[in-house]
Design a protein around this ligand. Structure first.
Ligand SMILES: C[S@@+](CC[C@H](N)C(=O)[O-])C[C@H]1O[C@@H](n2cnc3c(N)ncnc32)[C@H](O)[C@@H]1O
Length: 309
């Protein structure tokens, strides 16, 4: 499981909660280094199949090699998970028994300086998961208006110095393009009083990454589309690594679980909403002490699972 590409999180829990039919078809929407995917394949019977996708060509190449022993039981495609419906349609599949998403970036993406995801190393302002896409972090940092930058830092980074940082970026770029991770770091660092600079850097980089890759939009679209292809009794499992994603998953599950939407104060329910999901994790599943210690990246992980009714 200790792939140099990415170390998967909460693997046993994912298998325990996701697999209901060992000969079913499962979709791994975020193949990455293939750790979860391999665990899913190994827990299935020889009839069980996996359709796996990732938007990143490097993940596809790495995992295709890693999983070649499962040829015939796995289909790997480079695709955005928001297109899960179209992909399954192309494969001639109408319903699947499980859908899995392990959100965010892989360790490989984060630790490859030329991808520009990390504030810790020097690299171009890139941050694209899909390297065929036009928009990079460079465009966001150098061409977005100050107000829009501030909004992104506030909403996607939940950063309290958003205004100050947006203003400094706009002032600095008048002198010349901000074209590297470390140039951006050097603009932000003097603005942060006391300790906590790394947390701010991490939040600002996260915010830009979310904007470049339209991460929240893609997640919402994938959750919606998943409901059309998930079989009755099938399950959807999602691991989120920050509160923005986790909130989207939590409220999507709640909305689809038939929660009453009557205005407060009515003597009895009149909306009679019927849900099509049953929430299996009232509270999100988190890694135990041992996993948190041995895999620090797992510390913020929250797994939520729901079953299609
Ligand atoms: C945390 S990693 C997954 C790690 C994987 N579970 C493993 O065991 O190695 C997240 C992966 O999701 C991919 N990804 C992010 N957004 C995506 C999207 N919209 N469509 C498809 N893949 C996406 C990233 O490229 C990255 O490889």
């Amino acid at each position: 499981m200790n792939s140099p590409f990415h170390r998967p999180v909460l693997v046993n829990k994912v298998i325990e909660l996701l697999i209901t039919d060992k000969s079913g078809i499962y979709v791994d929407c975020t193949l990455g280094g293939g750790g979860h995917c391999r665990a899913i394949l190994e827990s299935l019977s020889p009839e069980g199949k996996v359709i796996a996708m990732d938007i990143d060509q490097e993940a596809i190449q790495y995992s295709s090699r890693l999983l070649k022993e499962y040829r015939g039981r796995i289909t790997i495609r480079r695709e955005n998970f928001r297109h899960i419906g179209e992909l399954l349609h192309q494969e001639g599949i109408s319903k699947v028994q499980g859908i899995f998403l392990d959100l965010g970036v892989s360790s490989h993406q984060l630790e490859t300086p030329s991808r520009g995801f990390s504030y810790k190393s020097e690299g171009p302002l890139d941050m694209r998961m899909d390297r065929e896409q036009e928009k990079r972090a460079f465009q966001v940092v150098n061409f977005y208006e100050e107000e829009k930058l501030k909004w992104i830092f506030q909403h996607y980074g939940e950063e309290r110095f958003s205004g100050r940082i947006a203003r400094a970026i706009v002032k600095e770029r008048e002198k010349g393009p901000i074209d590297s991770t470390q140039k951006l770091v050097q603009i932000i660092l003097p603005l942060i009083p006391g300790p906590g600079a790394n947390k701010t850097l991490s939040r600002i980089f996260q915010a830009i990454r979310i904007e470049v890759n339209r991460e929240l939009e893609n997640l919402r679209a994938c959750l919606e589309a998943s409901m059309d292809v998930l079989d009755k009794g099938g399950r959807i499992a999602v691991i989120a690594y920050h509160s923005l994603e986790d909130r989207i998953v939590k409220s999507f599950f709640k909305d689809r679980s038939g929660r009453c939407v009557c205005p407060p104060g009515l003597p009895k329910c009149v909306c009679r909403r019927e849900g099509d999901l049953k929430i299996l994790t009232k509270k999100p599943v988190t890694p135990d002490e041992d996993e948190r210690r041995t895999n620090p990246r797992s510390r913020s992980a929250k797994l939520r699972v729901a079953e299609k009714l």
